[in-house]
Design a protein around this ligand. Structure first.
Ligand SMILES: [Cu+2]
Length: 451
């Protein structure tokens, strides 16, 4: 690692830590040259440098809900939801038939989606097996916990954290590294995921306005859709890798990404050989400009399309897990509504900006049959992977879709693009797709009843 970045890295981590954790360092101390600090601080800095990060003083109990009060809070009426997260470093594929050194929660990128209802008491057991090369920690943005979520957990141990999901919305969770040091590497290598907190009273009805012309006069046509919707999740991030598939921090500092990923994949939701055959009559005749995951031999990694019917309420949980802004745009569609928390932020908008570590819920009704591409409308992102193809209705007039509302009834929707069922979810047929290890893929197939 370049020395300049190693110093910058420590300063940056310390500033983050000072801001997040209220450590004993002042921001001005850390923002300046590390050699200008006082003697005692210099000793500490050397110690920090030697251990590769900041040693943070954490409170003895970092959970918002002390664990000995969980039973009483459940007895008082908070429904208990329990989850397990296990750190697992594995090699996973990237485009070009290569692999990279991924860090995961539960053997999948992104980690499993945690879905709960506002007011639930969430209890998460976090395990770091002794086979892991480093410690890990878990920071859940849906929580409001003292000190940001917890000190890192030693290899070969587990910890339990508990919190009340007070605020509805779409929230990131991520590894907090080794007491914040290495957090960038862990998150950008795959240790991130989504928490969906459904509003306690359910989702709102959706009003969509179109126009109608009759007898030479234009009028507004208003359609009200019920809260129940077909739901999807899209998580955006970047990869920064060297030629050997290792995390490249220098590239991250320069914002020189290897690629943009959606749910862990560059171009993971584009047509594959089966779609080529169905639509073009030839599995080698590509429909889309890039189809890097064509073959059925790729199993869970073979690209899949997202299918929706026309005229149906669809809800998109979107999270920007990465290092670049997300200009969320659907080519050919207008986003009917944007919700953050439980508040409507926009209606009828062409693009919605989602900053780093920010989420949003988008409601869309696809009015006309067609192939639509969801992009991060930053050209570097689109052309390096952030392009997702949605097929609405039956634009291809295929026999397979006759009498069906969408191709999903025949082919299913990709399992990693559909969140667990919530209070206003419409059930979907799923196929197996995700940046899962083979073992995790087998578990998910079993859980979801996918053949
Ligand atoms: Cu980690």
């Amino acid at each position: 690692m370049n020395r300049r970045y190693s110093i910058l890295s420590i300063a940056a981590v310390a500033v983050i830590a000072a801001t997040l954790f209220g450590s004993t360092y002042s921001q001005s101390q850390m923002a300046g040259n590390v050699y200008s600090v006082s003697r005692s601080d210099k000793d500490l800095m050397e110690k920090i440098h030697a251990m590769g990060g900041l040693q943070l003083v954490m409170p003895s109990a970092f959970a918002q809900v002390p664990l000995d009060q969980v039973d009483a809070m459940v007895a008082a009426g908070h429904p208990l939801k329990e989850f397990s997260m296990t750190a697992q470093s594995v090699d996973l594929p990237i485009i070009g038939g290569k692999t990279y050194h991924a860090m995961t929660w539960n053997g999948q990128v992104p980690g499993p989606t945690v879905r709960v209802t506002q007011g639930d008491l969430i209890k998460v057991t976090v395990t770091v097996p002794d086979t892991e090369p480093t410690r890990h920690g878990l920071d859940m943005h849906a929580s409001q916990m003292s000190k940001g979520g917890g000190a890192s957990i030693k290899q070969g141990t587990s910890t339990v954290l508990a919190f009340i999901a007070d605020v509805p919305g779409t929230f990131k969770y991520h590894c907090s590294g080794v007491d914040v040091a290495g957090m960038d590497q862990h998150v950008l290598s795959g240790m991130y995921g989504l928490t969906i907190v459904d509003p306690i009273g359910g989702y709102k009805k959706l009003l969509v306005e179109n126009t109608n012309a009759e007898n030479g006069k234009v009028s507004i046509k208003r359609t009200m859709y019920e809260p129940d919707a077909l739901e999807f999740q899209l998580q955006y991030n970047q990869l920064y890798l060297d030629d050997k598939g290792n995390y490249d921090q220098t590239a991250m500092f320069m914002h020189h990404q290897t690629g943009a990923v959606v749910n862990g994949f560059q171009f993971g939701y584009v047509p594959n050989a089966v779609h080529n055959k169905l639509i073009n009559g030839d599995e080698n005749k590509n429909i889309f400009v890039v189809q890097p995951w064509n073959s059925a031999d790729l199993k869970q990694y073979q690209s899949q399309l997202i299918f929706v019917p026309t005229g149906v309420h669809t809800r998109w949980f979107v999270e920007n897990q990465g290092n670049e802004p997300l200009f969320f745009h659907i080519v050919g569609e207008i986003i009917d509504r944007v919700v953050q928390g439980n508040r409507v932020q926009a209606q009828g908008t062409e693009t919605w900006l989602v900053g780093g570590s920010q989420g949003a819920t988008m409601d869309v009704v696809f009015d006309n049959p067609g192939a639509y591409v969801v992009v991060n409308h930053d050209y570097a992102e689109i052309f390096s992977g952030a392009a997702t193809v949605i097929v609405a209705g039956d634009p291809f007039h295929l026999d397979a879709a006759k009498g069906k509302s969408s191709y999903a009834e025949v082919l299913g929707n990709p399992s990693d693009a559909v969140p667990p069922m919530g209070m206003n979810s419409m059930k979907q047929k799923l196929n197996l797709h995700g940046l899962y290890t083979d073992a995790r893929a087998a578990e998910i197939a079993k859980e979801l009843g996918i053949q």
